[in-house]
Design a protein around this ligand. Structure first.
Ligand code: F3S
Length: 281
């Protein structure tokens, strides 16, 4: 049986950077040390960090009640108000917002200064999107489906940006529809290259493979998109968080297995799954 792992499977640059920052602060002995939200969507990694003294703060209430210390902003970023609150409460802020996400914050602010109405293609419940919205003075329109496109003056100047992990094809389709209704739209595809490559590889691999295994957290937006892509091309797509999940599934050996993983999946989990599939079937 052939087993192929997508080149882009696993930690992306932004996640690697955020986890390394936490590791560095732990090594420096910073205490108390917090992350604002889990540093990555991986329960194992977050659990291990917790055992080593990294506390996860889930919201502003928990932040207000915590003893001031060092707080790490994860790669998704936070809103301007949240960052301000951290500083006002006396926390030392270590910012691991991915530079690609920071760039979107800047572009959103510039668009506002230029008097443009902002459309963000993304999931309104996702922390990255909420943080982008939180850097705007006027609430932008978040568009996840075509039904979310507002009816405004067709000539208004628009700026269209996207969540870094948005589905590439869906973004293209939404932009086409927006352009049919608005003739003054400035579009910047801000889906990050790591995401584009990962989605492209998942599509290519799943068209060839007889079975696909997607490894990642149920809470990870980019992993869920990989599952959707793989399911579109490969009927036998398995979504697992760890090797234990795969062992519980009725996974039948086939001729060719493809493996990919979300941006928060550590290398060791990918290797465990890969070794299991190679050795057991
Ligand atoms: Fe950054 Fe792209 Fe990862 S935006 S956090 S490198 S998916």
């Amino acid at each position: 049986m052939e087993v192929r792992v997508a080149e882009s499977a696993g930690f992306c640059f932004g996640v690697e950077r955020a986890v390394s920052l936490v590791e560095k602060l732990l090594a420096e002995g910073r205490k108390p040390l917090y992350t604002y939200g889990p540093i990555i969507h991986n329960e194992q990694v977050v659990g291990e960090l917790e055992e080593r003294g990294v506390h996860v703060l889930h919201d502003l209430t928990e932040l207000e009640e915590a003893e001031p210390g060092t707080v790490v902003i994860r790669s998704h970023g936070v809103s301007r108000a949240e960052q301000q609150k951290m500083e006002d409460l006396g926390f030392e802020v270590e910012d691991a917002t991915c530079p690609f996400v920071k760039k979107i914050h800047r572009m959103a602010q510039e668009a506002e200064e230029q008097g443009k109405t902002l459309f963000i293609a993304g999931d309104p419940t996702h922390p990255e999107v909420q943080a982008i919205v939180g850097w705007c003075r006027q609430k932008p329109y978040v568009i996840e489906e075509k039904e979310d496109i507002p009816v405004l003056d067709p000539g208004i100047p628009l700026k269209i940006l996207s969540q870094t992990t948005f589905n590439q094809n869906k973004f293209k389709k939404l932009v086409e529809i927006i352009r049919e209704r608005y003739y003054n739209a400035d579009v910047v595809n801000t889906i990050c290259l790591a995401t584009q490559k990962r989605q492209q590889e998942a599509a290519e691999l799943s068209t060839q493979a007889d079975a696909m295994i997607v490894i990642g957290s149920i809470r990870s937006s980019n992993t869920k998109k990989l599952v959707q892509i793989c399911e579109a091309y490969c009927a036998k797509t398995y979504f697992v968080q760890t090797l234990a999940d795969l062992k519980q599934q009725a996974f039948h050996p086939v001729r060719f297995v493809g493996i990919t993983a979300g941006a928060s999946t550590p290398k060791n989990i990918i290797e465990e799954v890969q070794n299991f599939v190679r050795s057991e079937f």
